[in-house]
Design a protein around this ligand. Sequence first.
Ligand SMILES: [Zn+2]
Length: 131
Amino acid sequence: MKTKIKKELKVKRSLAGLGLFADEPIKKGEFVIEYIGKILTREEADRKGGKYLFEISSRRTVNGSGRDNVARYINHSCKPNCEVDIKKGRIFIYALRSIKVGEELNYDYGEEYVDEYIKPYGCKCKPCVKK
Ligand SMILES: [Zn+2]
């Protein structure tokens, strides 16, 4: 499967390791990128574990650890500029507000992920680091 990328994006260093940055202006509400990967059942996902599992329903999870899934570089933020929309088992990422060239993209990973993978190490998103 090929990543459906709508906008020009760049992978660069960020506060939390690598991140995905806008390489052209993105308007509020615009489709940015699809998060792609193999669809796993709940059992397969539990067995596999890891950071790139994206739950799309109570029964199905997308394994986004593949190299072609550029969207996996998008980091978590507590004050994100993107949001996720799950439609028919696919994960689409949209701009929550207008985004300038060079701005890092992020979305809220959700409580469960944050509690498990982020809180133990301290959140590295901009609003949290500034505090
Ligand atoms: Zn944060």
